[in-house]
Design a protein around this ligand. Structure first.
Ligand code: HEC
Length: 114
């Protein structure tokens, strides 16, 4: 599977492992699909995710910073996904009404994109 191989931390044989406490990669993939993040983002492995309003998320797990200056760490990512405007006032990324748990799952998935 491409997803498994994309997960640097897990290697190619095992299911991808999560680096986000309480986050599960497969749940994240499901949620990212369900919430249609792909309307605004190109996201590898997510069917139909080819939107161009936001940045492509191909290598989001590898970036040092997200949203132009926020250190790319799990806690910051989870917060960004839940309340982007609180992390970066004036951002065009809308709050999607995620629970903390949903954001953890999504972050776990996003970190497999390297
Ligand atoms: C209405 C369009 C829109 C939707 C829907 C949307 N985003 Fe975004 N997203 C953006 C924009 C625009 C940015 C750039 C924000 C900035 O830098 O201020 C962004 C930035 C991001 C970033 C940081 C990217 C980077 O390279 O720094 C991540 C991660 C992200 N979005 C994930 C998601 C996820 C996951 C969802 C679904 C829950 C989602 N987005 C839904 C528009 C959207």
């Amino acid at each position: 599977m491409m997803l498994a191989c994309a997960a640097l931390l897990a290697g190619c044989k095992d299911a991808p492992r999560s680096i986000v406490p309480g986050g599960e990669v497969q749940q994240g993939l499901r949620l990212v699909t369900q919430y249609q993040c792909g309307a605004c983002h190109a996201i590898p492995g997510v069917q139909g995710a080819a939107g161009g309003d936001g940045p492509a998320l191909d290598h989001i797990g590898r970036l040092s910073y997200i949203a132009g200056g926020i250190p790319n760490q799990p806690a910051n990512m989870v917060r960004w996904l839940r309340v982007p405007h609180a992390v970066k006032p004036g951002t065009e990324m809308p709050p999607m009404g995620l629970t903390d748990q949903e954001a953890r799952h999504m972050a776990a998935f996003l970190y497999t994109l390297r």
